[in-house]
Unconditional design. Structure first.
Lengths: 675, 685
């Protein structure tokens, strides 16, 4: 049988086909079709020439939810909320994100205040009812929803995590009168306290749901026409997959779908080839995502955001910055050179794409430096226009009075400085030394800059995995099913008997088991992890602490908390702690593709070497060898300066570096001893 | 050495990255909650001439005044500083802010030469003094606010001065935590030293110093170009802080004379009220910091912050006044002066750069405290509440509602209801944007928050330390003022007000009592009668303005279908305009009246004119200006003044840009809280 992974991005739709029979991986890049992404996906499947009837598993990374949120192109929605608290979603935490600017406006809320309706009801923090649900208020609100043609409703009541009864009854009342309207309740989306973050996540879910639902329905329809009737697995932000029907109910959980798949792939490949401490570096056209993998595991966070909107769903801790190959180099007042955050995006794209872009981008700078070739098609069909790139870089160089080659080198250096800054945030600033890690580079532009980034940070090696341009799609095929469950109960740790702690976790586990069983997993394919969000009594924020599924000892819990605390803050006093959230992660373990060693028979460096060209380093052109990656022999090192080309990506091996293809097909770059 | 723009950019990013790493180090290693959770600390890099050369997401109210501390440190120790020395200080009278802001200044040497000071300013939760937390509204001398640390070498030649540490910690509550905070600052500076040395090795000391010099030069050039584009001249504005003497309002005058000459600017606060024995005063560094934050935020928000942007501005703040406090007056609550300095800068700049300014921001830090003994734990609890107000409107848009002001960083100002109710015996009955609190204008001032906090335990006490409870944030260019802060207690459905608005000390509460607070709204921009009717209707539908304000302030008349009745609205606008009280400006003298500490502007009006206008003695009025900020004054009834006239001195005419003979719209701002001097006058009559 065959498996297909499809990662849909803004510009390209990347596909990977895995054949169980021989372990082979085949890749295809198709143009994305933003009006209906399922079209680009079908084009890609057609290009793979695969019979969908023979496909055992189809996994999908999608940006539909994210783009709907970022483009503010979601449902006409309303919010029902507790009387007296209508402004939670508008005011948020009352903070300021733009410093030193007297003309700062508040970001537009997702839902205008006129569509936030107050309902008489009130829970206390212990779940007891302070004021019953006002049926007349509810009736009136539902009538308003109907009159206004609302497509989606977020029901957001205070302390609903402690008692969801009023939210449930509100949902029932809406669904009874308005079937077809999507209803999302805060206790279902995110049953933990802090109303702004919970409400915002719930509203975001409702906002994107109708469009995600339409998209997935259309996709399933098209796949069914072509003979695929198994579940479609969607990559979620937490690094696991969920059946598309589950994502329809909880689309807010898919906001990091594509980037999460890349991290999963890096974890998988890193483990296979023996790199367990890895910093991932996924540089695309408009953004760059970095994350840290240690001991074969990636960090998680619930402190996420989509643009200006908080997203508290449990997700892989990925630091994303708005700098990529399409980032534009511009000169501001006073001669400040800026690279990004403005981006040429997919349209018009860099000047060298020849689609009407005229501003110099990072990609254009790489063309001018000779690092990107203008002969071989990039990612399949696109041929780069060297003259257009030079003209664009010349213009910026002219404004600063610089030599064009110095300018191009400078644009790349400034971009690299931003990349290293992003990596420092997830390593040095959290007490991790990047020199202990390998840089795992993928995405269209990652391998192009990876050695420069690693050099800046003193990292020991760069690993460019197979199919770097389609790498996230590979991650889709190796991800397990994962669901995260959470319940808030604030309690001083030592006052809650361990039996009660174990019982609460067991309740979550029962819920998780039913869920996984429903998805077809046998008991021996299920795995569970328990965590407690804890803090010292009196503190405001928690750390997530791994604990046994059935803890028997307060001291073991506190000791685990102190370990996590000390790792983060370097010290951990022996003070009383409290528990805020109980969390359970449930995994349905599936089969994984096996990476097969490269068959190096008959390959040689000489055969792989397709020529030379002038490539500039530090603005000085040197003659560099050009290699075809798919013809490189195994474990034969070659020295930089060299360029390794393949479909979808280009790897730069600078002078002073040596590269080799290791046996699973990863390209490993290491600095040679300084002589 | 002239660097290419690329090396310059890479080094700039490198230096900012050093500061970020300092921040991360403090965050990771500090011991107090205020530091690692509220992030009440800042880091920066300074040069030996006390210029700030780099910062990141740090708090303006910390970083911008820090060069004054560096300068004091250099004055004291510059001649003898050697590698291995570290300076500690919190002295408000020598470049500091308040005693809780404890600063470590760390000299970094390269090739035997002093090149940098990484510095960390942390808010220490307690530095001794008369109350836990050290800041007390009752302090009359600085000795009650904690231990004062002049710039001392806390580390000398690599050896910690243990005697000094022991002495300091012996005078602070929770000394272990303070020691941890000190070490956090030290680690951050050591990290910075290591990174600076790496940069020096890679690029060379000269290149690094050239990069800093060039960065400052180009920021300075940008700022000078902006100032040079303004017409030369003297611009003037005045505002007040609110204190009460013997239970009576005693406004403290804060004047600002802004001189623009060529590409430079002098901000002169000569004439400010003498310092007072209550915690209102601020230090020179804080006052000057307010000036600089205003200039940066108005003229050049985009450039990364360094001293270059601030070089073209000179600040004059006479010693012994509320803007340059001298020993031994208290300095604990300095934020109010900083906010008022921002206000007078906006007011003065409105006269010269009306398109760049905004209505006044929310005027006050609005410190509310409710506390008592928790019935469940038996321990003391305190809820500290500082809900942000609205900021001022500007040409392009409405002011932001309930958002931290520009002198604060990215601080949370509205705390989660669910967390509060879990931790404190309180129910938050409502937490809403206050309808009509934003100053009406062509663009509207930001709205403030209105919250009701109900006590669920047997007893507690409520305190408030705030300004802006009498004088609200002003609008500009004919925009109206926002709402002042207010607070009252509801008991059994009856509202109990306080006699000294904004100042409440330990008011007793019992179960079921509710404290109702409202922060301050931002000022409007432009005449509200010019606001597009569609936006007024939108505000009405969203509940941002009431039907009364939509009609009364904006002239909106609705048609039967709920849409806008345009002709009727136009007629209503004309009627509102015609009904405004206007007086003709005539030459005036003696426009100030002395109080017991300071002085305030008065507006002499003929009693008959006042009666026609519905004004009474001691009312506070705004003299509106369609082209600048309004002038505030206290009404004095004076039969010697001609009917229908408004005597105004040259300074006052300059503020509102009104010539003799011009008709000025006089708007009632607040009904008189009779001041001591007014009572004396009444008694004499």
């Amino acid at each position: 049988m065959q498996w297909i992974g499809v990662d849909v991005g803004g510009t390209f739709t990347d596909l990977v086909l895995y054949d169980e029979a021989d372990g082979s991986l085949r890749v295809v890049k198709a143009s994305s079709t933003p009006h209906d992404h399922s079209q680009g996906m079908m084009d890609g499947i057609a290009a793979l020439g695969v019979d969908l009837g023979q496909v055992a598993k189809l996994a999908h990374g999608t940006t539909v939810a994210t783009n709907t949120a970022l483009e503010r192109d979601g449902a006409r929605m309303a919010v029902l909320t507790t009387r007296g608290h209508r402004d939670v979603l508008i005011v948020g935490r009352g903070n300021r994100t733009v410093l030193y600017n007297i003309k700062t406006a508040r970001p537009d809320p997702l839902v205008p205040r006129r569509r936030i309706h107050e309902i008489g009801e009130r829970m206390r923090q212990d779940g007891s009812v302070a004021e019953p649900l006002d049926a007349a208020d509810l009736d009136a609100a539902v009538a308003t929803l109907e009159a206004e043609g609302i497509e989606a409703v977020a029901v957001c009541y205070l302390h609903a995590y402690a008692n969801p009864d009023h939210e449930r009854r509100t949902r029932a009342a809406i669904e009874a009168r308005l079937p077809g309207v999507f209803v999302s309740t805060s206790a279902e989306v995110l049953p933990e306290y802090r109303e702004y973050e919970r409400f915002a996540t719930t509203a975001l879910n409702a906002y994107v749901a109708p469009r995600v639902r339409r998209y997935l329905a259309s996709l399933r329809g098209r796949l069914a026409e072509r003979g695929y009737d198994r579940p479609v697995a969607i990559m979620a932000s937490n690094g696991g997959t969920l059946p598309s029907e589950a994502i329809e109910r909880l689309p807010v959980g898919s906001m990091l779908s594509g980037p999460a798949a890349g991290v999963i792939a890096a974890t998988f490949v890193g483990r296979t080839v023996g790199f367990e401490r890895v910093i991932t570096y996924d540089m695309g056209g408009t953004s760059t995502d970095v994350s840290l993998i240690e001991g074969g595991a990636f960090a998680m966070t619930s402190d996420g955001a989509v643009g200006t909107l908080p997203n508290r769903m449990m997700q892989i801790d990925i630091n994303s910055i708005g700098a990529g190959g399409g980032s534009i180099a511009a000169v501001g007042d006073g001669g400040f050179l800026a690279v990004g955050p403005r981006s040429a995006g997919a349209a018009p794209g860099p000047a060298s794409y020849g689609r009407g872009g005229t501003e110099a981008t990072v990609t254009d700078a790489n063309v001018v430096l000779g690092r990107l070739g203008t002969d071989a098609p990039l990612g399949g069909s696109l041929r780069l226009d060297g003259a257009a790139a030079r003209a664009a870089v010349d213009r910026v160089a002219g404004r600063l009075g610089l030599d064009p080659l110095v300018m191009a080198d400078g644009i790349v250096k400034v971009a690299v400085a931003r990349m290293t800054g992003a990596i420092k945030e997830i390593s040095i600033m959290r007490g991790r030394d990047p020199r202990d890690f390998a840089l795992f580079a993928y995405g269209g532009a990652g391998p192009l800059h990876a050695a420069l980034v690693a050099e800046e940070l003193g990292m020991r090696a760069v690993v460019v995995p197979p199919i770097p341009g389609n790498f996230s799609a590979l991650g889709l095929l190796v991800a397990d099913v994962r669901r995260d469950f959470v319940r808030t109960r604030v309690t001083v740790t030592r006052t809650m008997p361990t039996a009660a702690i174990a019982e609460l976790l067991a309740d979550l586990r029962a819920e998780a088991e039913a869920d996984l069983a429903g998805a077809g997993f046998a008991a021996d394919a299920m795995r569970f992890e328990a965590r407690l969000d804890m803090r010292y009594v009196g503190q405001a924020f928690e750390l997530s602490v791994p604990v046994a599924l059935a803890p028997t000892d307060h001291e073991a819990i506190d000791a685990a908390f102190r370990r996590v605390y000390e790792d983060r803050y370097t010290h951990a006093p022996d003070d009383p702690t409290e528990i805020v959230n109980f969390r359970l992660s449930a995994y349905g373990i599936g089969r994984k593709p096996q990476l097969v060693p490269v068959d190096g028979a008959g390959r040689s460096l000489a055969a792989a070497r397709i020529g030379t060209r002038a490539v500039a380093f530090d603005a000085r052109p040197v003659e560099a060898a050009i290699y075809r990656r798919d013809a490189l022999p195994v474990d034969e090192a070659f020295d930089g300066p060299a360029i390794v080309e393949e479909s979808g990506s280009t790897t730069v091996v600078p002078p002073g570096y040596a590269a080799r293809l290791e046996r699973f097909g990863c390209l490993v770059l290491e600095r040679k001893e300084r002589s | 050495m002239i660097l290419d723009p690329i090396t310059l950019e890479v080094l700039t990013e490198g230096l900012i990255s050093v500061v970020r790493e300092m921040r991360a180090t403090v965050f990771r290693t500090a011991r107090s909650v205020a530091i690692y959770e509220a992030k009440d600390f800042s880091c920066g890099l300074f040069d030996p001439a006390s210029n700030v050369v780099a910062q990141s997401e740090d708090i303006g109210s910390h970083v911008v005044p820090l060069p004054w501390s560096v300068r004091s440190a250099m004055e004291q120790h510059g001649a003898t500083l050697a590698p291995g020395d570290v300076i500690l200080t919190n002295d408000p009278y020598r470049g500091g802010t308040h005693l809780n802001d404890v600063t470590v200044i760390y000299p970094v040497f390269a090739d035997g030469r002093l090149i940098f000071f990484p510095a960390v300013r942390e808010h220490w939760a307690d530095v001794g003094g008369m109350v836990p937390g050290s800041m007390s509204g009752k302090a009359t001398e600085i000795y009650q606010e904690g231990v004062r640390i002049p710039p001392i070498k806390i580390v000398e030649g690599g050896r910690i001065n243990q005697a000094a540490i022991d002495l300091l910690l012996a005078n602070m509550r929770v000394p272990d935590e303070r020691l941890g905070d000190f070490h956090a600052s030290l680690s951050a500076c050591r990290t910075a030293e290591r990174r600076i040395h790496e940069l020096c090795r890679r690029y060379g000391v000269e290149t690094l110093l050239a990069a800093i010099a060039q960065n400052m030069d180009r920021s300075e050039a940008r700022m000078r170009a902006k100032i040079a584009a303004l017409p030369d001249g003297e611009y003037y504005f005045e505002d007040y802080l609110e204190t009460f003497q013997d239970g009576r309002l005693e406004p403290l005058l804060l004047p600002m004379k802004l001189t623009i000459a060529g590409d430079g600017m002098v901000a002169d606060m000569t004439g400010a009220s003498p310092q007072v024995p209550v915690p209102v005063n601020s230090t020179l560094a804080v006052s000057a910091g307010g000036v600089l934050i205003a200039v940066k935020s108005i003229f050049d928000p985009d450039a990364p912050l360094n001293q270059g942007s601030l070089r073209p501005i000179e600040v004059v703040a006479p010693p012994g006044t509320i803007v340059n406090v001298q020993a031994p007056a208290p300095a604990g609550s300095h934020g109010e002066i900083r906010k008022r300095v921002l206000a007078v800068m906006v007011g003065a700049l409105a006269q010269v750069a009306p398109r760049l300014v905004a209505g006044d921001l929310c005027r006050t830090s609005f410190h509310n405290m409710i506390g008592g003994i928790h019935p469940r734990t038996g321990k003391e609890w305190v809820h500290y509440e500082w809900s942000a107000g609205g900021s001022g409107a500007f040409l392009e848009g409405d002011g932001p509602s309930a958002m931290a002001t520009i002198d604060w960083g990215d601080l949370t100002t509205v705390q989660p209801t669910e967390v509060l109710e879990t931790r404190m015996p309180l129910m938050i009955d409502f937490s809403l944007q206050a309808t009509d609190s934003g100053g009406p204008g062509t663009t509207r001032g930001g709205l403030s928050m209105r919250r009701r906090l109900r006590l669920t335990s047997p007893r507690a006490a409520y305190s408030l330390l705030s300004d802006g409870a009498v004088l609200p944030a002003f609008g500009v260019l004919g925009g109206f003022a926002g709402a002042p802060v207010s607070s009252h207690v509801e008991r059994d459905g009856v509202a109990e007000a306080f006699d000294m608005p904004g100042k409440v000390a330990g008011h007793p509460l019992r179960a079921g009592d509710a404290v109702v607070i409202r922060s301050a709204g931002g000022g409007g921009y432009g005449d509200p009668l010019e606001r597009p009717l569609a936006r007024v209707l939108d505000d009405l539908e969203q509940g941002y303005v009431s039907p009364e304000s939509a009609h009364g302030d904006y002239g909106l008349v609705l048609a039967a279908d709920g849409g806008i009745d345009v002709p009727a609205s136009e007629a209503a606008r004309a009627a509102i305009r015609a009904a405004r009280v206007t007086l003709a400006v005539v030459e005036g003298a003696d426009c100030y009246e002395a109080g017991s500490v300071s002085r305030r502007r008065i507006c002499r009006i003929n009693p008959a004119s006042a009666r026609d206008a519905g004004l009474r003695a001691d009312d506070i009025v705004e003299l509106m200006s369609p082209t600048a900020a309004p002038l505030r004054a206290w009404v004095v009834l004076d039969p010697a003044v001609g009917a229908g006239t408004l005597p105004l001195d040259a300074l006052g005419r300059r503020v509102i840009q009104a010539a003799l003979g011009a008709r000025v719209h006089v708007r009632l701002l607040a009904r008189g809280l009779l001041s001591a001097s007014a009572l004396r006058r009444e008694a004499a009559e």
